[in-house]
Design a protein around this ligand. Sequence first.
Ligand code: SF4
Length: 468
Amino acid sequence: MAESKVYYMDAHSESTETALSSKMLTVFDAAGLDEMIKPNDIVAIKVHCGEWNNSAYLRPLYARTLADRIKELGGRPFVCDTTTSTYSPWGSRSSEIDILQTAERNGYSSATLGCPFICADGFIGTSDFVVDIPEGYILKEAYVAQAIAAADALIALTHFKGHSMGVIGGALKNLGIGAQSKRGKFNVHMGGHPSYGLGAAGVFHPENFKGKANTPDWEILEDCCPFNLYHINEKDELEWDGDKCANCLGCFGVMGPRGLMDIPPVQFDAVDAAIADACLGVEKAVGPGKVGYINMALDVSPACDCAGHADMPIVPHLGVFASKDAVAIDMACVDKAREAEGIKGSKAELMEAHHVGDKKFEAAAATFHSQSEVTSINTGHEIGLGSRDYELIECEPESPERFRFPYDKRPSRQRFAAKFEKFQPFPYDKFDGKGFNRLDVVDLDKVKHHYEDDSEVINVEQPTSSEN
Ligand code: SF4
């Protein structure tokens, strides 16, 4: 496959035109993603709106800026995410009502975005469009969230970071998991698969269940599965109907830590390959030449935004990327992360993978040491979704005029002189025209140094007991 183009700007910012939101628009246009939008097109902007208490997800500013640009091009944007698996009792995006409440708490709403924020796969997550993918490496069909499949164009606006299952959470995963309906996720997660699914490859250890009397919270062992596959029978034994396992991941955090289930690492490898297949399914559902990718490689946390927390980044901000190729853009981000020094004190350093050249996501993000940060990328290359060979094109900043506050561009006197006369904010009539009550001169040098840098120790008089 021919080399793909990836447009890039670094993460330094010291002016209007180098603001990260400005850079996002610069690479968007440079990559030709603006040409995908025709007047009256309904345009989906797929984001990860962040789990409850996550703080590394993309600020809504980026989606807003992009939505405004799409409106400028004549398109009609909406911003969206999809329902998740029912990971745990406190999962905050498992249904439409959950995701809308979480998104709003995280700043994603029509008020902030200037366009609707919707849950793309319906109330429970079963609203989808089925696409055949005969080219798929492992999947032969994908279940694409209906609102995304129905859009005229799609921009995957991705926060590039790590992921415990995908190893990287990039463009491929934003669509290969994030644009699938709930049943699409079960498909990608290998639910019911005869070789790689938990039902087939998981090793159940009922012998480690010590009975209800010795398990005060035994009810969670049955309640963790929304398909009702775990039971404690009359003999006080734990049973699992693994043949029916949908791979919703609901029991992973309950059974694994108690030694009741060994999760097979091969399952995660299979999911990582399936992510690329499912991303291809999304491209086929939306249509050729109608899907564009922006990767914001900022706050590169080791865990995904679907975690209810965010650890410190493992590498510094890597930059802003845009491409028409999901494989190439993720490869470019992985390469930049390998070229970077890991952040001191981060999980990359903890795992001794903070050196230039280290595979930081495999060390700091993956659940199993055997997982690879390029499985999804290589699969996407194999099936013709895109190319892992790319040309990185560095973009120059545009004129700042394009990005300034658009509502009133008059200089200050024209905007405020008459208003200041009416609502004078400086009290010229006080303190001999100086306006405010302040000392004329103070020793500023005295307060400019760290205490330990001073050669002279400052003696603070302590009150005597009689003064207390
Ligand atoms: S047994 Fe399967 S379906 Fe049930 S919670 Fe576990 S992963 Fe989900």
